[in-house]
Design a protein around this ligand. Structure first.
Ligand SMILES: NC(=O)C1=CN([C@@H]2O[C@H](COP(=O)(O)OP(=O)(O)OC[C@H]3O[C@@H](n4cnc5c(N)ncnc54)[C@H](O)[C@@H]3O)[C@@H](O)[C@H]2O)C=CC1
Ligand SMILES: O=C(CO)COP(=O)(O)O
Ligand SMILES: [Zn+2]
Length: 359
């Protein structure tokens, strides 16, 4: 390099900065819920805790968590099944006099605990009762509003306590949905790369590579994802944590949420109560993978292998609604460019739904 070149490099100021937040303790395994008091003590979180749990998951693990903590901590338990700005505000009020929060349940409960604790500046521990979503360890919270589903900045859990004994006992459908959420990382990153090329959106190679690698490992181990198998719960939970870390590295849900997630969020509104989050993402990913020119049949095979649905009909959604969701998807988080923004029409969406879901 010439002397001029060297001087040019020297004079260029480097002004990038990034703040990544990650969980401090991740404890996964059989009966690890019993270690909650030791984990809380290790993290010096204080003396009082609010456990947020679901109506079903309270029986599964919420009350157990309370029992383990009750000797050493002042513990209150509240149950919530839905997630909305109102329930988040109610949890914030309930938590004002406590030192830390613990979310024990599925994705909605964990996101509620995550965003409420973030808003009132408390730590929170994530105790997933099912491996059904990759928000277990992420720093994002997904909250439905009248304008659609928004991905809110929050903080990651200070600790993840994932008891594979509890997770393996959850209905297999939940585990398969979590795996589908991870498999849909394949298309999320294709969308991200496309946006990078077309709009100049910055790309994090580390986040992208981790997200892809997580999906690859899960697909490689898909044969072990079986009903009530604790090994399957272990494999899926590790993948979900890893995918959440990819989101934390990116500082957004981009590595794990593209057009297939927008389709899923559109269905949340057009067909409320039908299908689980990960199921809808997997179904959407078949179409977005096809549009990217990727191996959509392989994606469908992987989803089938782990027992996830591959057609809207399997989750009780009609083809017309799936077409509407594909068209409505681009209005959800419009700033996030995906393959669904590249000229999809009603005619082409109808053709795709017919071709890819009825073959
Ligand atoms: N923050 C983030 O980064 C992410 C957030 N999400 C969000 O998470 C939510 C989806 O999570 P899900 O867990 O699929 O939905 P969910 O929270 O609605 O749970 C689904 C159902 O499973 C039940 N359940 C959970 N554990 C159980 C067990 N052990 N035994 C029996 N039933 C059990 C729950 O009570 C609930 O009825 C969505 O709101 C989605 O947007 C999803 C991915 C990432
Ligand atoms: O579900 C997620 C990743 O799997 C989070 O993504 P959203 O930003 O679409 O809520
Ligand atoms: Zn998801």
């Amino acid at each position: 390099m010439s002397a001029d070149g060297i001087n040019l490099l020297k004079s260029k100021t480097f002004d990038k900065s990034k703040w990544m937040q990650l969980p401090r303790d991740v404890v996964i395994g059989h009966d690890v819920i019993e270690q909650l008091p030791a984990i809380c003590e290790d993290l010096s979180l204080g003396t009082s805790a609010l456990i947020i749990t679901g109506k079903q998951t309270r029986d599964v693990a919420g009350d157990r968590a309370r029992r383990y903590l009750a000797d050493e901590y002042d513990v209150t338990v509240v149950s919530t099944e839905t997630i909305s700005l109102d329930t988040i505000t109610a949890i914030e009020e309930a938590a004002r006099d406590t030192d830390f929060l613990i979310g024990v349940g599925g994705g909605r409960v964990i996101d509620t605990a995550k965003i409420a604790s973030f808003n009132i500046d408390r730590q929170f521990i994530s105790v997933p009762t099912a491996a059904s979503h990759d928000g277990i360890a992420s720093s994002r919270a997904s909250v439905p509003t009248v304008d659609g589903n928004i991905s809110m900045s929050a903080h990651p859990p200070i600790a993840v306590v994932a008891d594979t004994g509890i997770i393996a006992q959850a209905p297999h459908r939940l585990l398969a949905a979590g795996c589908a959420d991870v498999i849909s990382n394949y298309t999320a990153i294709l969308d991200w790369e496309l946006s990078h090329r077309l709009t100049g959106e910055p790309l994090s190679e580390y986040a992208l590579t981790l997200s892809r690698m997580t999906a690859e490992i899960l697909v490689k181990d898909a044969g072990l994802i079986r009903p009530q198998s604790e090994e399957g719960a272990w494999i899926a939970t590790k993948a979900l944590v890893s995918s959440g870390v990819a989101m934390s590295i990116a500082g957004s849900s981009r590595p794990a949420s593209g057009g297939e997630h927008k389709f899923s969020h559109a269905l949340d509104r057009l067909a409320p109560g039908k299908g689980l989050h990960g199921e809808k993402c997997g179904i959407g990913a078949i179409i977005t993978m096809y549009l990217h020119g990727g191996d959509w049949r392989e994606m469908r095979r992987s989803l089938k292998k782990i027992g996830a649905p591959t057609t809207p009909a399997e989750i009780g959604v009609g083809d017309e609604t799936a077409v509407e969701a594909l068209l409505a998807a681009r209005q959800i988080r419009p700033e996030r460019f995906t393959i669904l923004d590249t000229g999809l029409t009603r005619t082409s969406a109808t053709k795709l739904v017919k071709m890819l879901y009825q073959e």
